[in-house]
Design a protein around this ligand. Structure first.
Ligand code: GAR
Length: 213
């Protein structure tokens, strides 16, 4: 059987992080295969992008189902598709027990802030309103808390005086597109250890290294 790690991507909107993952795979920077792109919103632009990239794209509307019922159906679909990892990429729903249990420690999310600062919606606006001088993005494992699971990787983006929400979001998104495939490379290769909440890569990450004094 093909040993290439099989991933599914869940999204709710634009889909630029899904596209960044797909392009990293095409460019052989990430060893993975996308077996499904799924959206809870049929009109999500990301589904159209996935189809253009030749990826299997599916809408799975919630249709009034309770969260756990929906997530159980999603978990079955993902299993059938052969997914080993689930990547949330702008997936704007909380993930509940049936999905967490189907993919323990194998659901990954990207969030546009330096967690644990500014979880939830409109993280970039929250950062501007708070007045932080640095924000960024975080790739983390998903647990039952909102944006609270163990951190895999972070990238720092300075907040400039001239920034508005759109401009800060744009610069953070640039980093998201670099960081997500990079973090997945580490996770999918298994080159890490999870100790409590800490995820330690077995290979050095030179771009993020702070020189010891
Ligand atoms: C990204 O900025 C992602 O970090 C954010 O939604 C955007 C999706 O963009 N996710 C969250 O806020 C999750 N809490 P995309 O659809 O173009 O990838």
């Amino acid at each position: 059987m093909d040993p290439t790690p099989r991933i599914a991507v869940l999204l709710s909107g634009r889909g630029s992080n899904m596209e960044a993952i797909a392009r990293a795979i095409q460019a052989k920077r990430l060893n993975a295969r996308i077996v499904a792109v799924i959206s809870n919103r049929a009109e999500a632009a990301g589904l159209e992008i996935a189809r253009e990239l030749g990826l299997p794209a599916h809408a799975m509307p919630v249709r009034g189902r309770a969260r756990e019922e929906y997530d159980a159906a999603l978990a079955s679909f993902l299993r059938e598709a052969g997914a080993e990892w689930v990547c949330l990429a702008g997936y704007m729903r909380l993930v509940s027990r049936p999905l967490l249990e189907a993919f323990p420690r194998r659901i990954v999310n990207i969030h546009p802030s330096l967690l644990p600062a500014f979880p939830g919606l409109e993280a970039q606006r929250q950062a501007l309103e708070y007045g932080v001088r640095y924000s960024g993005c975080t790739v983390h494992l998903v647990d039952a808390t909102l944006d609270g699971g163990p951190i895999v990787a972070q990238a720092v983006v300075p907040v400039l005086d001239a920034d508005d929400e759109a401009e800060l979001s744009r610069r953070i998104l640039e980093q998201e597109h670099r960081l997500y495939p990079e973090a997945l490379t580490m996770l999918l290769s298994g080159d890490y250890e999870l100790q409590g909440r800490r995820i330690k890569g077995k290979k050095p990450k030179p771009d993020m290294a702070v020189k010891p004094s």
